[in-house]
Design a protein around this ligand. Sequence first.
Ligand code: UDP
Ligand code: GLC
Length: 380
Amino acid sequence: MKILFLDQSGKPGGAELCLIDIAKPYRDSCLVGLFVDGAFRQLLEQNQIPVEVLATEAIKVRKESSFTQSLSSVTALLPLIAKVVQKARQYDLIYANTQKALVVGALASFLSRRPLVYHLHDILSTDHFSPTNLKVAVTLANRFASLVIANSKASQAAFLEAGGRSDIIDVVYNGFDPQVYQIDRTNVSQLKTQLELEGKFVVGHFSRLSPWKGQHILIEALTHCQKNVTAIFVGDALFGEQDYVRQLHKQVTELVLEDRVKFLGFRSDIPQLMGVCDLVAHTSTAPEPFGRVIVEAMLCGKPIVAAQSGGAIELIEPGINGFLVPPGKPDLLAEVINTCYDRPEYTIAIAKSACEIATQRFHQTNIDRQIADLLSRTFT
Ligand code: UDP
Ligand code: GLC
């Protein structure tokens, strides 16, 4: 099957990392079309996945755009749509991986008469989108997509709630290659020394810096924990959230936590960095659509505590393969951190069973098969 994948981003967010894995089995006969250049293109190339930057101008529509703004952005999209139509004629189907890719993909699907798949990585609710953009996404998906793949039951439920068609949507979780997360202990201890974390109880937070990812909740939680509990924040502000970054640094200074908080920026050595952690914390204050970092922590054999909302509820069974806390509650997060600190054997046993479960449940081979089955069921 020849697939034209479309993604609006040049940056490697979770949806883009997921797309790399989805495109791999089709690398001999697919193309990933991007709407902007960036590090994501290089990652695709490193994975031998054909990629082309299709847009010549940046697309300005934002998640919170109003109707008139969205309309004028569609006009600005016309040259890109024309290019996608021309490309699409060489492929069997168009696979839109993001919201703006859906807008372009829907019109290109109509004009090139190629079927459309929409991979829904978002919870379509007003927590994340303007009412206009919500309506546009659901209307286009209902009208043009033959198949919508939701990254969790939570994303599927929000789609249906927003008026999405139930006969076109299926859930497929993100897939992972467990071997990538098997970490060499020597490297980990070297990294721990390099980062000056020896003797500390390390809580890791792995996410782009953004208000709804809730880094501030973990910082606040530290004030309720023992002095040698230290947090590392791995990730950068990918979408211009510089005010939030300043706010986080200010919070650290005000709470006198400079010795207990490290911001490491965007990193490519996630498994190794998870290796230095005693616990991984996920603290999103709005429902997380899926939450790749939750599964990655499990595969690294690290205990995970996550905000009890969205996809996280599907991934974690409390006390069996991790811990859940109500979102936005630093004191309750601190209680879990303290339990993990006080009861390492109990926590390690949970992490071990989480690793076994996740290795089966999210194995890339199983996920590839689910996608291939859905595509062949829908298109042959
Ligand atoms: N990640 C990364 N480097 C960083 C921070 C995060 O490679 O510095 C990866 C992380 O391992 C995960 C992805 O980015 O695979 C984030 O995906 P997630 O689903 O957790 O959240 P998103 O940012 O997509 O909402
Ligand atoms: C999006 C979501 C995230 C999910 C990822 C992969 O970036 O925000 O929760 O894990 O897509 O599906």
